[in-house]
Design a protein around this ligand. Sequence first.
Ligand SMILES: [Fe+2]
Length: 252
Amino acid sequence: MKPMQQDYSKYTDEDRLVWKTLFDRQMKNLETMASRQFIDALQEVEFRPDKIPDFKELDKLLGSKTGWAMEVVPNIIPQKDFFQTLDLKHFPATTWLRRMDQLDYLEEPDMFHDVFGHVPLLSNKAYTGFFKGMAELALKHLDSPLAIELLGRIYWFTIEFGLMNENGQKKVYGAGIISSAGETLYSLSDKPVHLSFDVRSVMQSTFRTDVFQEKYFVVDSFEVLYESLPEIEKVLKEELESARLLDKSAAM
Ligand SMILES: [Fe+2]
């Protein structure tokens, strides 16, 4: 099948206005609330409010920094395809934008989430090292729904909803927060619980996808995430083993 491409000439005035409105609105929050690493990464990928990112340009920019590239997908793709794409250092992203009357709520991620939220940090070496390592781990365990669920929790509480400790202050970097003005403010408020990143605690934390998170895990750096990959593999093995033993005793 021919890979899908971004048709840059198809963007409308409404698309450009949506990108600019969300970008400007979110930057007001992010300047003080986002991790410095994310703000620096935005510069690296040259994102601007008055230009919808062009995937061809992103491929060149990311390619020279981390070797990653964009892969256009119509919507959410099956888990197996998702991890296989990441393993090739290709990031699956949509190219369509929500409408002006959907600025605050969408059921499926659009380009503002996929691209504004996820792509800047694909220029960061430690972050992409972690991302690729997670994909490799998932590919080893595709036949185990439980393993994928447990790895999915690590993914959820880092890549999508992670917070970072920066000079004693909590900052946001997870794409699900970065692309949501409401959750940016909420995640740093005193309403949710903030916990230090710990592989086993994350793996034992369930989550909901339809509400703001009740808890967020705070990590000290992307290097810490990258260096936690062997521990993620070890804890995963232990969790799978204890689930197997439980199953066995329940069957007796
Ligand atoms: Fe996402």
